[in-house]
Design a protein around this ligand. Structure first.
Ligand code: FES
Length: 118
């Protein structure tokens, strides 16, 4: 979560178990009409845009490397799920979103007043 940004929180599931991850640790969900990719890596949940910023491949069909970075299924560009950096070096940036596990469920935060860029 970035300092100084205001988030609008949306519940995405009752619990982590309800998210419906595939064997690759990834899931695609729709939240207020927008699709997002959710990743489960060790004990962490992370969220990012559902499409790769390079050529639009569906990231939930990709995979996670041993460090928890997401790798696009199409051309194998690699992105950090912590900050969206394109760590394989092609110069793209993946939109990420904060997730919170609360007593009432799992919530995703979208930056307020900036629209969505998926
Ligand atoms: S579409 Fe993802 S790396 Fe090309």
């Amino acid at each position: 979560m970035e300092e100084g940004k205001q988030y609008e929180w949306h519940k995405i599931a009752e619990s982590e178990a309800d998210i419906g991850f595939s064997a690759n640790g990834l899931a695609e969900l729709e939240v207020v009409g927008k699709k997002v990719c959710i990743a489960r890596y060790e004990q962490n949940l992370r969220a990012c845009a559902h499409q790769c910023p390079h050529a639009g491949a569906k990231l939930h069909q990709g995979y996670l490397d041993p460090q928890g970075n997401i790798i696009c299924p199409l051309h194998r560009y690699k992105f950090s799920l912590k900050n969206g950096l394109n760590i394989s070096g092609e110069g793209y940036f993946l939109k990420t979103h904060p997730l919170e596990i609360r007593e009432e469920g799992v919530f995703i935060g979208f930056v307020k007043n900036k629209g969505f860029s998926f």
